[in-house]
Design a binder for this molecule. Structure first.
Ligand code: PLP
Length: 429
C-alpha cells in the first residue's frame, strides 16, 4: 500500500481488466456474459494511475483517529478557539444582504482590492487587483490550480523536504515529477550544492513554503536570493506558500519571495485566510502572480471550482483591513503558545527543534527507545495518553528520514496545551 499523502509506486496504466461485473441481474450466468452469451462487463472498476499513486492525507487521518480515542488533537493545524467576532458578523451581514450567488470567478472586486492593499501594506509592493490576483478555495486549491496552469506532464518540480504533504500529490496530479531536496536538521538549512544539483532543463517550478510547515523554518533573504539565481538560470517558476506569513518569532522576518530581485515576475504567491484569521473551514485563498501566469491560473480555477464562497469573500475584506495591532497580537499569542509547548515537550522528554515561524513543533523521540516506527508510536500516543500528533515520515519522500520524528501543532487554547501537558507528563512512567 502506498502511504498516505506520499507518492507511492506508480500504477501501470493500461486497458481495464475484465472480470468484475458491474451490472446487476438475477440469472446466474458467467460474470462477464449475459443470458445470450454476449459480453457485458466494461472492466474492473478502478481509479486512475495518478489517483492510485498516493493515498489519503496522514494529517487528516490522524484527526479521525484522535476523534475515535477522544484524544487532544495536536495533529491537524486548525485552531480550537473562535475566529474574530468581526468576521462572523461580516459573514452574516453579507448573507443577509443577499451576497449568495457566484462571485466573479477569479474573486470579488472588493476582496481582490483588499488583498492587493494588504500585500502593499506589509511588503511595500503594489500588485494589480484586476490582473494579478485569483481568489481560490483555500491555499490548497491555489497550489493545485497554479501547478495545473503552469506545469506540463514530464516537467520536474523541486520540493524541499520535510514538506507539507499536499505538495507531492500536487506535483503528481499536474503530471510532474517531484525532485526532493532535504532541509537538514537541526536548523533545517539546505545545502546549496544539493539544491543546485536538483535543477536542470526539465525543471519547471520550485515550491517554497515560508514560514515552513512542519519545521518552523523561515527562509532568509540570502537563501531566497540563492533560489532566485537558480530560478533565473533555469527559467523556473517559484510557487511560494506563505500561509503562515504573520507567525514569525524571535526577530525573524517573513520575506515574500516575490519581493526578492529576480523573482518578481516568476513567483506565484499563495496565501489564504485560513491561518491568519482562524477560519480554516471557510476555504478562502488566493494567488498573486504576473498577469500572464494569473491568466492561466484563473482559467484552471474556473473549471476546478468556479469560485470561492461569495459571502465569505465579503468578510475577507474586513479581515484583510484589520489594523496592524491585530497582526501584532496574533504573533504575540502564538509566541506564547510556542514557548509553552516547547517547555511541555522538553519536560516530557522530547527532543525539540525550535520553530521560528508557523505553528508546529518537530520533535525527535529516539531517546525514549520506544518500539515501532513513527506511525505506530503516533497511533499509540493517540490512544494512551491521548495526544494526537503527526508521524514524521509523512513529511518525507524517504520515510526513514522521519522515522523517529513527531510533529505537534500548537494552534490551540492555552488550556488545551496544559491538558496535553498533563497527559504527556505520564509517558516516561
Ligand atoms: N499550506 C500549508 C503549508 C499548510 O500548513 C496548510 C494547512 O495546514 C495549507 C497550505 C492548507 O491551507 P488551506 O486551508 O488554506 O487550504
Amino acid at each position: 500500500m502506498p502511504r498516505a499523502g506520499r507518492p507511492g509506486p506508480a500504477v501501470p496504466a493500461g486497458p481495464p481488466k475484465a472480470g468484475v461485473r458491474i451490472r446487476g441481474g438475477a440469472a446466474i450466468v458467467p460474470k462477464d456474459q449475459d443470458e445470450t452469451g454476449a459480453k457485458t462487463t466494461v472492466g474492473e472498476i478502478r481509479i486512475s494511475a495518478k489517483a492510485a499513486s498516493f493515498t489519503e492525507s496522514v494529517i487528516r487521518e490522524m484527526t479521525r483517529v484522535a476523534m475515535q480515542h477522544g484524544a487532544i488533537n495536536l495533529a491537524q493545524g486548525f485552531p480550537d478557539f473562535p475566529c474574530p467576532p468581526e468576521l462572523k458578523d461580516a459573514a452574516k451581514r453579507a448573507i443577509d444582504a443577499d451576497v449568495n450567488q457566484y462571485a466573479i470567478t477569479w474573486g470579488a472586486q472588493r476582496f481582490r482590492e483588499a488583498i492587493a492593499a494588504n500585500f502593499e501594506r506589509f511588503y511595500g509592493v503594489a500588485v494589480d487587483p484586476n490582473r494579478q490576483i485569483c481568489v481560490t478555495c483555500g491555499s490548497t486549491e491555489a497550489m493545485i490550480a497554479a501547478a495545473l496552469a503552469i506545469v506540463d506532464p514530464g516537467d520536474e518540480v523541486v520540493v524541499f523536504e520535510p514538506f507539507y504533504e499536499n505538495y507531492g500529490p500536487d506535483a503528481i496530479l499536474s503530471g510532474a515529477v517531484p525532485r526532493y531536496v532535504t532541509l537538514h536538521e537541526p536548523d533545517w538549512t539546505f545545502d546549496e550544492a544539493e539544491l543546485a544539483a536538483a535543477f536542470n532543463e526539465r525543471t519547471r517550478a520550485i515550491i517554497v513554503n515560508t514560514p515552513n510547515n512542519p519545521t518552523g523554518k523561515v527562509f532568509t533573504r540570502a537563501e531566497l536570493t540563492f533560489i532566485a539565481g537558480l530560478c533565473q538560470k533555469w527559467d523556473v517558476i517559484c510557487f511560494t506558500d506563505e500561509i503562515y506569513e504573520h507567525m514569525v518569532y524571535d526577530g525573524r522576518e517573513h520575506i515574500p519571495p516575490m519581493t526578492v530581485p529576480g523573482l518578481e515576475d516568476r513567483s506565484v504567491t499563495i496565501n489564504a485566510m485560513s491561518k491568519t484569521y482562524s477560519v480554516t473551514g471557510w476555504r478562502i485563498g488566493w494567488t498573486i502572480a504576473s498577469p500572464e501566469l494569473t491568466d492561466g491560473i484563473r482559467k484552471v480555477h474556473d473549471f476546478l471550482t468556479v469560485g470561492a464562497a461569495a459571502p465569505l469573500q465579503e468578510a475577507g475584506v474586513v479581515a484583510l483591513n484589520f489594523p496592524d495591532e491585530y497582526f501584532k497580537a496574533l504573533r504575540e499569542e502564538y509566541l506564547e503558545r510556542r514557548d509553552l509547548m516547547i517547555g511541555i515537550l522538553e519536560e516530557a522528554g522530547f527532543k525539540v527543534y525550535k520553530p521560528y515561524g508557523a505553528y508546529y513543533i518537530m520533535t525527535d523521540v529516539a531517546a525514549f527507545g520506544w518500539d515501532g516506527d513513527d506511525v505506530e508510536i503516533a497511533k499509540r500516543l493517540t490512544a494512551d495518553p491521548g495526544v494526537a500528533t503527526v508521524p514524521g515520515s509523512s513529511f518525507y519522500s524517504r520515510p526513514e528520514l522521519g522515522r523517529t520524528k513527531l510533529r505537534f501543532a500548537f494552534c490551540k487554547k492555552l488550556e488545551t496545551l496544559q491538558a496535553a501537558a498533563e497527559r504527556l507528563a505520564t509517558i516516561r512512567g
